[in-house]
Design a protein around this ligand. Structure first.
Ligand SMILES: Nc1nc2c(c(=O)[nH]1)N[C@H]1C(S)=C(S)[C@@H](COP(=O)(O)O)O[C@H]1N2
Ligand SMILES: [Mo]
Length: 321
């Protein structure tokens, strides 16, 4: 069910063919858009059932956002670096909530997909996530396109939630049910898995906001490059804007890289540094800081500093041989 990650291509917008697929419950549901409906129930004035045409008739929005898998929820500190940057379009959840009218006691939005199956010792479970009502209302979009094309079956066709500041686990695919509730749901994917204790904290919290992170993409890991002037580049992202990226070659000091500003949405930011690479093998690392002052740790957590190995060669021959 957890496929091997494709290598992240070094482009601003990740092609759909390169996007990882993470589905916990095995076979995904198949929907003909004409047969899909979304119910909105629980603490609402007007319970709803919308079909795909109803959804297309509501105001639409779009944005770019980083789509990042948190990794295996049973190993919350192991980095996977399964990350992409995508353009989404769909209907703000706020539009659907305005139609349903949440009652004043409603505090949480539950989002449920149509897939069911077995995971982590539980059988016939659904994929259910929840978010605080105000956060969900402010940012969640019910997306029907990825990079301008209808969602593919693996990615939640015809409609999925997208929570653009949060880890991919919150972006429920094959969305068919929204429940407004006073409480969080006790469930495999809400309170048992996808929880973690952040460094410096003692209480465990749900996996939501993305961590500050960065990935070196040029030159690719394990590559040979000509010795001399070389561009070291990649992307950095967080739940807020990234304000600095530093690069270190071997044991030399961290050097500030040039960094693009974050665009209007939630996309990742390009960083680059030119460096004179001496012939021979090198270890290159990158480290990002965000506007909340968070810095990537050197080791020990899922967003630990990314490191690649390259060999600088003189006139096409490996150095030192
Ligand atoms: N219904 C449903 N939604 C889901 C999942 C799932 O298994 N079922 N996996 C989640 C996880 S952990 C991630 S990382 C993203 C992956 O989205 P993608 O497969 O479109 O890349 O979907 C999330 N939404
Ligand atoms: Mo994930």
């Amino acid at each position: 069910m957890f496929r091997t990650d494709p290598e992240t291509p070094d482009v601003f917008r990740t092609p759909v063919d390169e996007v990882f697929v993470r589905s916990h419950l095995g076979r995904h549901p198949q929907f003909d858009p004409a047969g899909w409906t979304l119910t909105v129930e629980g603490l609402v004035e007007r319970p709803l059932r919308l079909d795909f045409r109803d959804l297309r008739g509501l105001p639409q929005t779009g944005f770019t956002a980083v789509h990042e898998c948190f990794g295996n929820p049973r190993h919350p500190t192991v980095p996977t670096r399964a990350v992409t940057n995508l353009e989404w379009a769909g209907v703000p959840l706020a539009e659907v909530l305005a139609l349903a009218g949440p009652r004043p006691e409603a505090r949480h939005v539950w989002l449920e997909g149509a897939d069911r199956g077995d995971f982590a010792g539980e059988s016939d479970v659904s994929y259910l996530k929840d978010l605080p009502l105000e956060e969900a209302r402010a940012e969640v979009v019910l997306a029907h396109t990825m990079n301008g094309e209808p969602l593919r079956p693996d990615h939640g066709h015809p409609v999925r939630a997208v929570a653009p500041r949060m880890f991919g686990t919150n972006s429920v695919k094959w969305l068919t049910r929204i429940v407004l509730a006073a409480e969080r749901p006790e469930h495999l994917f809400t309170t048992r898995l996808y929880t973690r204790v952040l460094p410096g904290e003692s209480e465990s919290r749900p996996v939501r906001e993305k961590d500050v992170s960065s990935k070196l993409l040029t030159p690719g890991d394990g590559r040979s490059v000509p010795a001399g002037d070389c561009e070291l580049a990649g992307y950095a992202w967080s739940s807020t804007e990234v304000t600095a990226v530093e690069v270190a070659v071997d044991d030399a000091d961290w050097q500030p890289a040039e960094l693009d500003r974050r665009g209007p949405g939630f996309g990742w930011q390009r960083f680059r540094l030119r460096h004179d690479l001496a012939p021979g093998p090198h270890r290159i690392r990158c480290r990002a800081t965000d506007s909340a002052g968070r810095v990537q740790p050197l080791t020990g957590d899922r967003n630990a500093v990314h490191e690649i190995r390259v060999t600088a060669e003189v006139s096409g021959r490996p150095a030192g041989r």
